[in-house]
Ligand binder design. Structure first.
Ligand code: ADP
Ligand code: MG
Length: 250
């Protein structure tokens, strides 16, 4: 279980996160949803340990991690731009983090993650030769082979579209389920959050606008912001889909 209490963060005197508290259970998928600049990435980096909190606490299981450095937290992240090494091939990227950790993961286990993400045909390719979806799968494999206790994903679908987006989405869900891995996903897309997660934390300008299961948020938006941001965007999207496909049925 991951529990944040009263987390606050300022950058250069400007409040970026204000009084963020929530709890999620082992193996759950949670989305951090909000518009651009609302503090989502900062919150993810705080949990990872890349950024320190000004106030509040972060507890994982029965361990207080608030002052524990990143390396000792045992969490891992897939950055928004994947952050893969362009001069290495796909396989070298996947195992890069294991070079100082002999014995942590057996070659057989590495192969299992590679099979799971269907990367075998691409292992010898340079990063520049991979498609967006393939890069995302390499980034996921690299993160998973380190056996993180918590999986953090920053906008994992934003560079993808169509069928590829749908397939990565399903893969992330099955990773969380199969490995019982607690997963936090940053997104600005309400549809992604609503269809992928057990819980959604909606943030607006560094504050919690609502925290709940997708059906609570759809059924009982807590305030005007949630109503506007979620419901309207979904309606607009549906309208666009209707405009696109409606003609075909007209
Ligand atoms: P999001 O991921 O929701 O788009 P971020 O967490 O990246 O939002 O940023 C939230 C706010 O914090 C923005 O106003 C951003 O400019 C500011 N910010 C983020 N990182 C830093 C930093 N290292 N130094 C100064 N300001 C930052
Ligand atoms: Mg961000």
């Amino acid at each position: 279980m991951l529990k944040l209490q009263h987390i606050g963060k300022q950058f250069d005197g400007k409040t970026v996160l204000d009084d963020i508290s929530f709890e999620i259970g082992t193996g759950e998928i949670m989305s951090l949803l909000g518009p651009s600049g609302s503090g989502k990435t900062t919150l993810l980096h705080l949990i990872l340990g890349l950024t320190g909190a000004d106030r509040g606490s972060i507890v994982f299981g029965d361990e207080d991690l608030t002052r524990v450095p990143m390396k000792k937290r045992g969490f891992n992240i897939v950055f928004q731009d994947f952050a893969l090494f362009p001069n290495l091939n796909a396989y070298e990227n996947v195992v890069y983090g294991l070079r100082n950790k002999k014995g942590l993961v057996s070659p057989k286990e590495v192969q299992e993650y590679i099979d799971f993400l269907e990367l075998t045909p691409h292992l010898n390719k340079k990063i520049g030769e991979l498609s967006g979806g393939q890069k995302q799968r390499v980034a996921l494999a690299r993160t998973l082979v380190a056996k993180p206790k918590l999986l953090l994903l920053d906008e994992p679908l934003s560079a993808l579209d169509g069928v590829i987006k749908e397939s990565i989405k399903q893969r992330i869900q099955s990773i969380a389920r199969e490995f019982k891995l607690t997963t936090l996903i940053v997104t600005h897309d309400p549809e992604e959050a609503l269809t992928m997660s057990d819980k959604i934390l909606i943030i607006n300008q560094g504050r919690i606008a609502q925290f709940g299961a997708p059906q609570d948020i759809i059924g009982r938006p807590a305030n005007e912001f949630v109503e506007q941001f979620i419901i309207k965007q979904l309606r607009i999207k549906r309208q666009n889909i209707f405009n696109l496909f409606g003609e075909m049925y007209a």
